[in-house]
Structure formats: C-alpha cells, structure tokens
Design a protein around this ligand. Structure first.
Ligand SMILES: *Cc1c(COP(=O)(O)O)cnc(C)c1O
Length: 379
C-alpha cells in the first residue's frame, strides 16, 4: 500500500492537494507521538535526524549527558561530540536498561546545571534493550535538574507506547523506515514548546537544519527548506492511515507485543537444548520491535548465512555486540519484528531458523514452534 501510494506522477508543489495532505501529516505525526508540540520533517535517515536534533539543541561547548544501552546510544554520542558538544557518557553495557542510581548521581555531580540535555534511546536496536523513558523524566524532576530530555524512538515509534507530553519528553527523533513501514529517506524531530524556547538561538543551528520554519512555515517550501520530498509524503500519508485509521495505534502496539512474545518464547525453548539465549534476560527491558540472540560457537553467523542463502530470510548482524573479525562476532544475530510484520511472517522466520539449526547441526531445544504458536493462541 505504501509503495503503491508513492507510485505516481510528480504533483503540483506550489498549491493544491499536496499542501492540504501535508497539513494532515503534521497533525497525525503529533497524534502518533501523543504530542501537543511541533514536528519537523527532514529528507534524511536516522543519522540525519540525530544531527538535526543536535543542531537545534546545542551551542558549541554545551554539555550533553548520553545514556547508552547499545551501539546506537554510542553513535548518537559520537555525532553530538563531533559537532563540538561536551559529552558525559553513561555506558550501561549492552544487556541492561539505564540504571536510575547512576543517572541520579551524574545529575548530582552537575550542580551548576551545565548539562543542557539528556539523550536517551528508547529501544537500542543493536542490543534490543528497552529503556523506561518516564523513569528518566522522574529522575530529572527529582533532581530538580532543568536539562531537556531527548529520546531516540527510531526503532520504537509505532511499536512501543510513547507519550511525548505525559512523559515530559522535550525532543524526540524518528525515521521513516522502521515502525513507520516506509522506505528510508525521512527523518523526524518532535520538539516541545519548552525545547523551542530554551533552544532558540543555538549556534550549531544552520538554515537547513533549523526546526522552526520546518514546523510552522509559513511558506510551504519552508517546511522542507526547499523542494518537498513529494513521493515520500504520499507514502507517509498511507502509512499513517494504516497505523492510525485502519488498524488503530493500540492494536498496532498489541500486535508488536504479541509477535515479540512469540519470538522470545521460541528462543527460550531453543535455549533449553543448546548454547542459545536472549541477549536481554529481563523481560521488562526487552524491545517489542527487535530481538538480539546469542548462539555460541559461531552458530549465529552460520545460521544467518544459511537463512539468507536457503530461504531469502535476512537476519540482523551483531552491530556492536562484537567487533567484526572478533572470535565472538559469529555469536550474535538479531530478529526484526517491527512495522509491516504479522504472525505468519514471524512464524515463517522462526520456522526457517529452526530448519537452519537442524541443517547445520546446531544443538537446540525442541518444540519452539509449538511454543510460539501457543503464545500466539494465548495459551
Ligand atoms: C536505525 C536506527 C538509527 C539510525 O538510523 P539510520 O536511518 O540507519 O541512520 C538510530 N537509532 C536507532 C535506535 C535505530 O534503530
């Protein structure tokens, strides 16, 4: 549906239906994020959305507190550091959510309130660790620290509940190609009225990245600082209809929770008969959109190759769980279950992995598919 919506002749960009449709997109992006603030759309992937947020949030020499639970947290820290911002990095490893005590201590160690913003990744796609966004807001409030809270929801928006207003989030970034079910190419930055006020005049901000004209024009071209990404906008309109109108956001989130539970159940059963485990032991800290799995002895790497070659199923690479070339690089894979995905796709992927383990002689517990089916059936 999304691709079909994009497959059309170039529209009039000066007036008419494109302008009317774009207004509904801004409205619905706020519905999706439960936000009463503003949102800016960029022709960019997630890395571009990070830099858009950074440019508006910070001036040179400002300080950021980054909470990292995997590769993406570290990458956001790198991008903001490269732009001239001082970074305090709290590294929580790659298997656990942020530790409230360490965040509180870092805020206490900043009595002069030099930290301008706390950067948090809701779901780190590399580790599949999920963070509790509302908890981080509560820690900031308890410390009476005025830092802005900025959250990366690139791998969680449309998959996991997110409440921009209720959780006191000031800035949120997302991109088109994950939960939003589109091709890559659009990045989004939501920002609260407080963020708009506090960040006005940030000296890293250049005309192209400035979020204000992108959010409120008033000329149509200003929303995109130039030509609109017309075909992506048609695709986005369709994706938002699928999520908000046809399936409904609560049902979309429930589907992700159910599909994730099927994957977790299967991996747990496999682990009863082999060196196989979910990367995140604590269920409350597992992402509903992606699952990182360890299969020892290089089994994960061999399995990825087998699934690709024999079934056209592409499993995710380790991505920061181990360095390329390291002995353990072949021990991790990731199963994606976000966005345009349903029960028969997930059962299919689990079935292909099961077949791969049988073919490769990777020891594993039996009955994983039965268990996943029982989870789907609610038994
Ligand atoms: C995918 C992803 C990114 C990077 O997005 P790109 O479009 O690949 O640049 C950043 N953060 C998270 C959490 C992601 O999942």
């Amino acid at each position: 549906r999304v691709l079909n919506a994009m497959h059309r002749a170039a529209p009039n960009i000066y007036e008419g239906p494109l302008h009317a449709m774009t207004a509904t997109i801004f409205r619905d992006l706020n519905l999706l994020a439960n936000s009463s603030g503003q949102v800016a759309i960029y022709v960019a992937n997630g890395h571009g959305a990070w830099e858009a947020a950074n440019a508006n949030l910070f001036s040179r020499g400002d300080r950021a507190l980054v909470l990292a639970t995997g590769n993406f947290g570290h990458s956001w820290a790198n991008s903001v550091r490269r732009m001239g911002v001082e970074v305090d990095l709290l590294d929580f490893g790659r298997q656990s959510p942020p530790d409230p005590a360490r965040i509180a201590a870092a805020l206490r160690a900043d009595p002069d309130h030099r930290i301008k913003a706390v950067l948090l990744t809701q779901v780190d796609t590399a580790s599949s660790v999920k963070a509790d966004v509302a908890e981080v807001r509560a820690i900031l409030d308890a410390a009476r620290h005025p830092a802005l809270l900025a959250v990366d929801c690139i791998a969680s928006l449309g998959c996991e509940p997110f409440e921009m207003d209720a959780w006191g989030v000031d800035v949120m970034v997302a991109a088109s190609q994950k939960g939003l079910m589109m091709p890559p190419g659009l990045g989004f930055v939501w920002f609260s009225d407080r963020a708009a006020r506090v960040c006005a005049g940030s000296d890293l901000c250049t005309p192209y990245w400035d979020w204000q004209p992108r959010a409120d024009g008033p000329e149509f071209w200003q929303y995109f600082c130039g030509t609109a990404p017309t075909h992506h906008l048609f695709g986005l309109r369709e994706a938002l209809d699928m999520i908000l109108k046809d399936e409904g956001l609560p049902n979309v989130l429930a589907r992700h929770a159910r599909l994730a539970a099927m994957v977790w159940t299967a991996v747990e059963v496999w682990g009863r008969g082999g060196d196989i485990a979910l990367n995140v032991a604590d269920q409350a800290a597992r992402a509903p959109s992606v699952t990182s799995v360890r299969i020892g002895g290089g089994g994960a790497g061999r399995l990825r190759s087998w699934c690709e070659a024999n079934a056209g199923v592409t499993l995710g690479i380790p991505l920061g769980m181990a360095e390329p070339g390291a002995a353990t690089y072949g021990d991790y894979l990731r199963i994606g279950h976000m966005g345009h995905v349903n029960a028969h796709m997930v059962m299919g992927v689990l079935g292909v992995i099961e077949a791969g383990m049988q073919s490769l002689g990777i020891p594993h517990g039996s009955g994983a598919l039965d268990a996943a089916a029982a989870t789907m059936a609610g038994r």
